[in-house]
Design a protein around this ligand. Structure first.
Ligand SMILES: [Zn+2]
Ligand SMILES: [Zn+2]
Length: 346
């Protein structure tokens, strides 16, 4: 089978390797579609972890079961599955409380070398992945590309569940990448209207199709006055920072209303995660500032259902599909930040 190997910063190679066999309790998935995630891009730019020769990236995968190992009773050849990357330990403080996304030993398919990823013709799902990972059957009639979109949708759905986004809310989304666009979709599905702030003209144009109430170019317009105008001077109910820019977190606290919520959805660069927030505004305005990361495994099933029912419009979110042999181009286009979702099909 052919598989994509990341061997250095921006260096990927398509390698031929023996087709895997299903391990006891596990299975082999014939991958049909695998999305390229922001985190895949980050690692593509950085190269594999130190001391590792190469990794097979990719975790937004969907495909068909072709081989089932002994003792794997819940799946059969021909099953159509979609996966997400998280594999929790099942033993730590958080796992015992069902907070699997906060697991102290969280590992990821397509990131940790012991779990090769989905940018390959075949993907092994071990017994551990089937037990403590995130694997769900796709609804009948769903395309593999739709199945691959479930994973990126999950963290967005979980974020709005925690935020309690509801009817009539005004939600500000900072950043109109594929994830920012998903935030527009999910906030609107919850009955909110959305202001999106994005410095890139290309991305602003792409965001239009998801129906935000207002699109702001923060380099030439005032986001704060747009928010004031739309809320009668009160401020936004919810502000989501869906980009890796510290300044937008500071600004979020300025434009949220009293008792409003600021959600730090995108991580900041590891080298400089510090940020200044007006703590008096938070104090006197009883503003909640909290983080949102990953999701409970059940969210993946909800995402599949919402995509199937077209609440999340897969066709609008996927801008480009590439074959495995075009993997360099796939990463380059995704890295340009001008595309919505890039999906590799095999
Ligand atoms: Zn992802
Ligand atoms: Zn754990």
């Amino acid at each position: 089978m052919r598989a994509v190997y990341l061997t250095g910063p921006r260096v990927v190679a398509l390698r031929d390797m023996p087709a895997p066999e299903a391990p006891p309790g596990g299975l082999v998935l014939d991958v049909k579609a695998c999305g390229i995630c922001g985190s895949d891009l980050r690692r593509w730019k950085e190269g594999p972890p130190e001391g590792v020769e190469g990794v097979i990236p990719g975790h937004e995968a969907a495909g068909v079961v072709v081989d089932v190992g002994e003792g794997c009773t819940h799946h059969a050849a021909g099953d159509l599955l979609a996966i997400a990357p998280d594999v929790h330990c099942g033993r730590c403080y958080y796992c015992k409380r069902g907070l699997y996304n906060l697991c102290d030993e969280l590992r990821f398919v397509g990131i940790h070398p012991e779990f090769p990823g989905g940018l390959a013709e075949k993907l092994v799902l071990t017994e551990e992945v089937l037990t403590n990972g995130i694997v769900h059957r796709m609804p009948e009639g769903m395309s593999f590309i739709e199945g691959s979109l479930a994973e990126p949708s999950c963290s967005v759905l979980a974020c709005h569940q925690r935020a309690g986004t509801g009817l009539g809310d005004v939600v500000v989304v900072m950043g109109a990448g594929p994830i920012g666009c998903l935030h527009i979709v999910v906030a609107r599905a919850n009955g909110a209207s959305v202001i999106i702030s994005e410095p890139s003209a290309t991305r602003r144009k792409l965001a239009e199709r998801f129906g935000p109430k207002a699109i702001v170019d923060p380099t030439s317009e005032s986001l704060a006055s747009c928010v004031r105008e739309m809320t009668g001077g009160v401020g936004a109910d919810i502000v989501i920072c869906a980009n890796p820019v510290a300044q937008t977190q500071t600004e979020a606290v300025e434009i949220v209303r009293k008792r409003g919520k600021v959600i730090l959805f995108g991580g900041l660069p590891k080298a400089n995660p510090m940020v200044t927030l007006d703590s008096n505004r938070i104090h006197y305005g009883e503003i909640e500032v909290f983080g949102a990361f990953s999701y409970h495994p059940t969210m993946h099933e909800s995402a599949l259902d919402l995509i199937h029912r077209k609440v999340i419009p897969a066709d609008l979110l996927v801008a480009h599909t590439f074959g495995l042999d075009e993997i360099d181009r796939a990463f380059e286009i995704a890295a340009k930040g001008e595309a919505l979702k890039v999906v590799v099909t095999t």
